[in-house]
Design a protein. Structure first.
Ligand code: FDA
Length: 401
């Protein structure tokens, strides 16, 4: 059988595109080399899938072409996806402002997509690896481990490089290059940091401890990151290997090897002023007691050990208060690296969007080839934005097929 559309990748973007095109009357086949559709959906959001963010705007995305995502995000918005999951009776919760998660399990989101694909008449072929994509007259042919498929159009929804054990390959980039498209530099993003030497040991001793922080990247030279305000106020988590938690994942999108992190362990508190006041009001208290009222107990104790001091507040000179202000409001640490593709949630960079239509996602001059989702150089912040991009780009492309 020949198909109007072959979608490569049964992930969030591919399934959304397939069901949209199927409802539009297209004969659609989705192929994936994995043994199960939507594996990343199942593992996302700690198994509960942060499936959208009600506050998603183009400002939540990094791309060499920041305007590219505007049109699709405007046409298929978070409330459209919420409407879809509500129609399927999925219970959800708003865990942080705007961030919607399944109340029960990420399986619910996959169930919605697979049910809709079924209703839209979409065929899904799993354990089918795509080896090559070629032009064939006005259409395309797809060479797979299960044979050759002729089709009118190919949609590349192969995702990025994160979590290779889940099926990530970089195959989408190969197809892009084959058809003359550029691929911007890729690197792991939304990824924990690893520390070395004394800081690794200190983080490991605090593994499991979390606190609210404000974090930014310090960069000496002019190297360019994604280029926006480099500052997040979100929780940090100490791990056996270094630092994680939402604040660290967010800032990792800006971090380049060699950069330092500046972490405010007491955001919103001017430690200089607060300690001077405490010294006047309760001079007989120990610093660790004061810290323990503002930070997790284990961290408060460790800070005294790290810096070899636990004085009475009365004994803090102005100079020592200033030093402690530095330790607490401007803790500087240089990560040795990140945990890399093994645990990164997303890929920064990807298929350059300059030669791709932001309306139909078709390649300029080759409308039978399209790219959607994470394979493109469009990367969201943490908090449901990446799935919203998968839904919005999938729908825009599916409607245009
Ligand atoms: P996706 O990677 O989902 O799908 C690509 C598919 O292509 C895969 O099924 C793969 O097997 C297939 N494929 C690759 N090469 C192939 C080939 N040669 N032949 C056939 N098939 C091939 N985002 C968010 O918004 N909220 C969240 O809660 C989370 N949580 C989260 C947790 C973890 C651990 C990770 C790793 C990621 C997240 N994300 C997230 C990010 C989110 O999962 C991601 O942005 C989307 O899944 C991207 O969807 P795509 O469909 O573009 O790619």
């Amino acid at each position: 059988m020949t198909y109007d559309v072959v979608v490569i990748g049964a992930g969030a973007a591919g399934l959304m595109c397939a069901l949209t095109a199927g409802y539009g009357g297209q004969r659609v086949l989705v192929v994936d080399h994995a043994n199960k559709a939507g594996k990343k959906i199942l593992m996302s959001g700690g198994g509960r899938c942060n499936f959208t963010n009600l506050a998603t705007t183009p400002a939540n995305f990094f791309s060499a072409n920041p305007h590219f995502c505007i049109s699709a995000l405007k046409r298929y918005r978070p409330e459209h996806f919420v409407e879809l999951v509500e129609r399927h009776g999925v219970d959800y919760v708003e865990k942080a402002p705007g961030q919607l998660f399944c109340a029960d399990s990420a399986k619910e989101i996959l169930r919605v997509l697979l049910t809709e694909c079924d209703w839209a008449g979409v065929d899904i072929r799993l354990q089918c690896s795509v080896e090559r994509v070629e032009r064939l007259g006005e259409g395309m042919q797809v060479l797979t481990s299960q044979g050759r498929i002729e089709t009118g159009a190919v949609v590349v929804a192969c995702g990025g490089l994160s979590i290779p054990t889940m099926g990530a390959t970089g195959f989408g980039y190969d197809i892009a290059r084959q058809f003359g498209l550029a691929v911007t530099d890729t690197r792991p993003a939304l990824v924990p940091f690893i520390l070395t030497s004394q800081w690794k040991a200190r983080a490991a001793a605090l593994s499991g401890v979390a606190c609210d922080v404000a974090v930014s990247v310090l960069r000496d030279d002019q190297r360019q990151g994604p280029g926006r305000e480099q500052h997040y106020r979100e929780p940090m988590l100490f791990t056996h290997r270094g630092l994680s938690g939402p604040g660290m994942l967010q800032i990792s999108s800006y971090w380049l090897p060699g950069d330092e992190l500046e972490i405010d362990l007491l955001p919103g508190i001017d430690v200089g002023e607060a300690l001077a006041t405490a010294r006047r009001q309760s001079p007989r208290r120990q610093l660790s007691t004061w810290l323990g009222e503002r930070l997790p107990k284990r961290l408060a104790q460790s800070l005294g050990e790290w810096y070899g001091q636990d004085p009475l507040l009365a004994d803090l000179s102005n100079a020592r208060i200033e030093t402690w202000q530095g330790h607490l409001n401007r803790w500087r640490v240089k990560p040795a690296g990140t945990e890399g593709w093994r645990t990164a949630e997303v890929t920064m960079g990807g298929v350059d969007t300059q030669a791709i239509s932001s309306k139909s996602f078709a390649v300029e001059g080759l409308p039978q080839l399209r790219f959607i989702g994470e394979v493109l150089d469009v990367t969201g912040e943490l908090g449901g934005h990446n799935f919203q991009w998968a839904w919005s780009s999938g729908v825009a492309c599916g409607n245009a097929l």
